[in-house]
Design a protein around this ligand. Structure first.
Ligand SMILES: Cc1cc2nc3c(=O)[nH]c(=O)nc-3n(C[C@H](O)[C@H](O)[C@H](O)COP(=O)(O)OP(=O)(O)OC[C@H]3O[C@@H](n4cnc5c(N)ncnc54)[C@H](O)[C@@H]3O)c2cc1C
Length: 322
């Protein structure tokens, strides 16, 4: 792990795990949004616990290409490691746990994991989204390097280059159509052989997308570089870039929903645009779990904005009680 050269704050008493201890905030999810919020809350010298199960999109992406200040790209792992160190040096505590339940109780919230229970005056959900990825060997090292999931993030990487789409029905078709903005050489593989809507089929044909109706047998890869795919029907297709679009991604909002947080139809959490607070007082949400473009920089902005308002609310509560 890299060491970050920031001074550590020591003027706080951290006593987590005890049933009596009330944190200012518990951040559920230590990905991009959760880490940015934790760093800002640390700078307010708030007593914050980040509970994280370490299984986010930011664990998977080996290179983000569209972030200010990183023209050669930066990995999710590096952002997570440096972010965690930066937060820890501001006094933020981390627990590598999966939160199973959040209950509202007088004065705050109870956060329940398999091992422990924690209490907090406020909660930030930064739990993200899980992509449904094809179950193919050698895929993971390529994510963000030569295999992508989002055309807004990585369409530019395939500018005027051949690209395969590992698709399933309409989700794959829509991805293939989106990529024709960047390149004329789009090959759609309907990996799960799901039906494609007639209108989409027409658009694919108009845009001269080649379609293969066959599962992929295996990926041909050199380290983190895609070289091609072998289809179950024996056909070998060469391409150095690919997108996965199976649809059915999971928005991790069930914990919040169980607490009574309002969701959109697509299961993303509804927040006040200015404060990032949900319909429940002192419950906030940030990052991909909130409805927006699902980008690192937006997750950071969300986390920052939520932290500012979490602090304001805590400050108001202290002032009222004086
Ligand atoms: C292959 C790939 C390529 C990408 N490329 C780009 C790109 O080029 N540019 C870009 O801007 N974005 C890109 N993204 C998207 C980017 O990674 C996300 O927008 C970003 O990670 C969102 O941050 P987040 O904090 O909301 O969620 P995440 O980073 O997913 O973090 C959520 C965290 O919450 C934790 N968690 C969830 N539930 C619980 C629970 N119950 N208890 C404890 N912890 C929990 C998870 O373990 C995880 O650590 C890419 C994503 C992938 C997968």
């Amino acid at each position: 792990m890299m060491k970050y050269g920031l001074p550590a704050y020591t003027n706080k008493t951290i006593n987590t795990g005890s049933d009596a201890y009330m944190h200012d905030c518990i951040v559920i999810g230590g990905g991009i949004a959760g880490l940015q919020a934790a760093i800002q809350l640390g700078r307010y010298q708030r007593n914050v616990l980040v509970a994280d199960s370490n299984q986010g999109r930011s664990n998977l992406c080996r290179c983000y290409h569209n972030i200010l200040g990183w023209p050669d790209g930066i990995s999710g792992e590096t952002l997570r490691e440096t972010g965690r160190i930066q937060a820890e040096e501001l006094g933020i505590e981390f627990k590598d746990v999966h939160v199973q339940k959040v209950n509202k109780e007088p004065g705050g919230f109870r956060i329940i994991t398999a091992q422990d229970q924690f209490k907090a005056k406020s909660v930030l959900f930064a739990t993200g989204v899980v992509d449904r990825l094809p179950n193919l060997d050698k895929l993971l090292p390529c994510l963000g390097i030569s295999m992508y999931i989002c055309p807004d993030c990585d369409g530019y990487e395939v500018l005027n280059k051949p690209v395969i789409v590992i698709g399933s029905g309409d989700a794959g078709a829509n991805m293939a159509i989106a990529l024709t903005y960047w390149t004329d050489e789009v090959i759609l593989i309907n990996h799960e052989i799901e039906e494609i809507d007639d209108q989409l089929l027409k658009e694919l044909s108009d845009k001269q997308v080649t379609i293969h109706q066959s599962p992929i047998h295996s990926l041909e890869v050199d380290g983190d570089r895609l070289k091609g795919v072998l289809l179950s029907n024996g056909l070998n297709i060469k391409a150095e870039h690919g997108f996965a679009a199976l649809g059915g991604n999971e928005v991790r909002s069930e914990l919040a929903a169980d607490l009574g947080v309002e969701l959109y139809k697509n299961k993303h959490i509804l927040v006040d645009q200015r404060t990032k607070m949900t319909n429940i007082e002192n419950v906030f949400a940030a990052g991909d779990v909130v409805a927006h473009s699902e980008q690192v920089t937006i997750a950071m902005g969300d986390g920052m904005q939520a932290a500012i308002w979490i602090h304001k609310k805590l400050k108001q509560a202290t002032e009222r009680s004086m």
